[in-house]
Design a protein around this ligand. Sequence first.
Ligand code: MUC
Ligand code: MG
Length: 372
Amino acid sequence: MSTVIQHIETLLVDLPTIRPHKLSMTTMACQTMVIVRMRHSDGIEGLGEGTTIGGLAYGPESPESIKRNIDTYLAPLLVGQPSNNVHQLRARLNRHARGNMIAKSALETALLDAQGKRLGLSVAELLGGVRQDHLPVLWTLASGDTAKDIDEAMLRLEQRRHCDFKLKIGANPVDQDVRHVAAIKEALGDRASVRVDVNQAWDESTAVRGIQVLQDAGIELIEQPIGAREHAGLVRLANRFNVPMLADEAVQDARDGLDLVCGGFSGAFALKIAKSGGIYGVLELAHVAQAAGIGLYGGTLLEGTIGTAASLHAWATLPAMAWGTEMFGPLLLQDDIVVTPLNYTEFGVELPKGAGLGITLDEDKLAHYSRK
Ligand code: MUC
Ligand code: MG
C-alpha cells in the first residue's frame, strides 16, 4: 500500500528578536512562526514553516490565520492522500483554496522535506541538484538609529558575517530617511554595498525626490519604493534612474513577473517562497526573470531556520544570484528551535546537509517557545 499523509499539526512559535526591527509599517520585537509537522504512514515526519512580518502589517495572512486556515481548510485536503506526488497535492490545494500563499508554502515545504527523507535526498537534490552550496547573505540595518546602525554594520564586517547591508526606510519623512542612509553609506565607504527597502511607503513623486539623492549617495539598489500594485510607476522609476529597482511586494509569483516584464520593467525581482506559495512557485518566477534578463535576489519574510533552509534549497538550484540573498532570519532571533543552527560563515550561509531540509527540531526548545 502506498504511503499516505496521516496527520498535520501546526504550532505558533514566538521568538524574541535580538533588537527592535523597524520597518516602514511596523516595528518587530518578536517573530511568530507557524511550524508544520506533517506525519506520514511510513513514520516519516516532514517539517514546514509559514511566517510573515508584524501580524497583518505586511500582508493579508497573519500567523493566526495561517494556522487556522491550515487546520480548518488545507490540512483536510491533504490528510489521507498519497504522500509522494507533490505536484498533484499542490494542484489539489490550489483547486480548492485561493490565496493563502504562506500557508501553502509551509505545507509544500513539509511535503518536500518528507519526500527527501523518504528517498535519502536533500530537497535541492530532489529539485534536480545543487549548483551553489554557500550563498551570500546581507544584513538588514533597522534599529531606527543611525549611530547604532553604523556600529552594527562595522561589527558584521569585522566578523566577516555580512558585507552587504539593506536599510529599512519609509517610516520617517523622506529627507530624514535619505540623510540617515547617506550617513551610513559615507561611514562604510567602499567596504560595503548599501541598499534600501522602502516597503511601499512613498508615492511616485516622493520616490523621484528620494531616489535621486540615494543614487547620488552611491546606494546600489532601491527596493519597492512605491505601492505593490503600481507596476507602471515602478517601470517609470526603473527607466528614469541608473540605480536599479528591486521589485518585492509587486512581484508575488510568475504571473506578476510576466506583467512587469511585459510592461517594460528592468532591474531585479525579490524571490520569496512565502509570496509564491512555495518552492515550485518561486522557481517559476525565477525562470521568468532569467528568460527576461531580470536579476535575481533571494528574499525572506524573516523566517526562522526551517523556512530559511527551505529557501536555501531552492536558491541552491539556481545559478549565482546577481544580488545575493537576505537569508539572515535566524540571526535576528534570540534563540532557535532546531538542534543544529545554520552555519553563517564568510559573508554567507552554508546549505544544510542531510536528507530533506537537513534540519532537526529541538523538542524542548519547541515546547518552550510554542504558544500555549
Ligand atoms: C522585506 O520587505 O524585504 C526582508 C528583510 C527584512 O528586514 O525585512 C524583510 C521584508
Ligand atoms: Mg522588501
